[in-house]
Write a protein that binds this ligand. Structure first.
Ligand SMILES: [Zn+2]
Length: 85
């Protein structure tokens, strides 16, 4: 399994936990870039996270972090999205 997919799976577990506890504040998610030593945290509300996750080709990363074979499609300032094509 690729690094970005391992981080994505971890984030899905974080989101699941946040959902079960009804957290309304921003949740600290992990950067889903390809660097297994990256420990960047991205604070997103569950609502924003679910929006990102609705597209399975998309990964959540810190701005400027990269994933091979993925192109940066959005950068809001606090986080970026990379999409595998
Ligand atoms: Zn990263």
């Amino acid at each position: 399994m690729r690094t970005e997919d391992i981080f994505r799976r971890a984030n899905e577990e974080i989101a699941d936990l946040a959902l079960r506890h009804g957290w309304r504040f921003p949740v600290p998610f992990l950067c889903e870039c390809a660097d297994s030593h990256c420990f960047a945290r991205l604070e997103l509300t569950l609502e924003v996270y679910e929006g990102v996750r609705s597209n399975r080709q998309r990964y959540l990363t810190a701005p400027g972090h990269e994933i091979p074979e993925a192109v940066a499609i959005d950068q809001t300032g606090t986080f970026a999205l990379a999409e595998k094509v």
